[in-house]
Design a protein around this ligand. Structure first.
Ligand SMILES: *[C@@H]1O[C@H](CO)[C@@H](O)[C@H](O)[C@H]1NC(C)=O
Length: 220
């Protein structure tokens, strides 16, 4: 009897802790969501507005074309084909999405973060050198060389990259733990913002000459 009681007590405690934890707000599903008083002026409801479930059809949960390579004719030599809530409206509120990434020989998916999602990457063709860096205080770099069939995880929010170190094209698929994980390409965000960040700020932050900063800003 005593054993059963302590099991019951443990379950009660667990239920209490769980209800407490799930009483908080859900994580945001976009960069921000400024409140408006009138619904007609609104756009997002922490994600997207929901369709009447009675009107849902199979195509709301469907996407076709991930067998096709993306266009890799760009300076970094890579392309991302997202399959997120904008491509499959049925993903709304489900916390998951997918992407295909194509890499030219020596193509690079440059350092970037997904502010709202962990990224689990499966290589199906080619050889990628991948890595991520942890946050303060140690900024540890974790790297791996991946071949077809290999899977690697980039934890939510951390800066990561993939570099095709092979002489042929590479292909990978990434699963993301968000319907809209978001992408912040570090160089583009820092040197290519609109309007530009004051060069004095970047010269000091990166310990660079201001002319070098201006040159970098002209490239993004
Ligand atoms: C690929 O992108 C380049 C650069 O934007 C463009 O010139 C080219 O037409 C595109 N190719 C295809 C097949 O869409």
């Amino acid at each position: 009897m005593k054993g059963i009681h302590s099991v019951l007590a443990a379950f009660t405690l667990l239920a209490f802790v769980f209800s407490f934890a799930s009483a908080s707000d859900p994580g945001p599903l976009q960069d921000f969501c400024v409140a408006v008083k009138d619904m007609k002026d609104g756009v997002f409801v922490n994600g997207k507005i929901c369709k009447d479930p009675k009107l849902a059809v199979a195509d709301d949960f469907f996407f076709s074309g991930l067998n096709k390579a993306g266009n890799i004719s760009n300076p970094n030599g890579f392309s991302v084909t997202p399959v997120a809530v904008d491509q499959i409206p049925g993903l709304n509120t489900l916390g998951i999405s997918l992407a295909r990434i194509d890499y030219a020989p020596y193509g690079l998916n440059p350092p970037h973060t997904h502010p709202r999602g962990t990224d689990i990457l499966l290589v199906v063709q080619g050889t990628l050198y991948v890595g991520f860096v942890t946050s303060i205080p140690d900024y540890r770099l974790f790297t791996k060389i991946l071949n077809p069939g290999d899977v690697f995880v980039f934890p939510v929010g951390l800066i990561h990259f993939q570099f095709n170190i092979g002489k042929s094209e590479a292909v990978a698929f990434g699963g993301l733990s968000s319907q809209n994980a978001g992408v912040i390409a570090i160089a583009n965000a820092v040197f290519g913002s609109t309007p530009p960040i004051n060069p004095d700020v970047l010269a000091k932050a990166f310990q660079l000459d201001k002319d070098v900063v201006k040159d970098l800003q002209s490239r993004f």
